[in-house]
Design a protein around this ligand. Structure first.
Ligand SMILES: [Zn+2]
Length: 137
């Protein structure tokens, strides 16, 4: 555990927000990809660093029965990307061990959408897999 990580943990986390339309897009994408998984990146604008406005679908996301594994080498270097989103074809929106390992490597906010992909079947997590709130705006 580096000193950097310790400092980061003690810092007050900013309140994350997501546009309703962006959330709808996630849920629709998860539905249309079902029973396979869908994976994407969460993007913000430079002037609103904590409002998720756009989803970038990752080409080469592995779809299947297991959890989506992102090919990290395919991720673009882009500071507007703040985290990841993926779907679970099951009722569980809890991140798997593999999910948490990914969260720790990349990004600050992560969304998991679970079947049946309604407004009530998704959750968001920080880099350590701890549940956090995202306000829908
Ligand atoms: Zn997962």
């Amino acid at each position: 555990m580096s000193i950097f990580r310790k400092k980061e943990r003690n810092k007050v986390q900013p309140k994350w927000k997501i546009k309703r339309g962006t959330l709808d897009f996630i849920l629709e994408s998860a539905k249309s990809t079902f029973p396979n998984e869908f994976g994407g990146l969460l993007r913000v604008d430079a002037d609103e660093k904590h409002t998720i406005k756009e989803i970038m679908i990752i080409p080469g996301t592995i779809s299947g029965d297991s959890h989506a594994i992102f090919k990290l080498h395919m991720l673009p270097i882009d500071f507007s990307i703040v985290g990841t989103v993926h779907s679970h074809p099951s009722l569980s929106f809890h991140p798997s061990d593999a999910d948490v390992l990914l969260f720790r490597k990349f990004g600050k906010v992560h969304i998991v959408a679970a079947y049946p992909f309604t407004t009530f079947s998704w959750k968001s997590y920080d880099y350590n897999g701890k549940e956090i709130d995202i306000e829908i705006i």
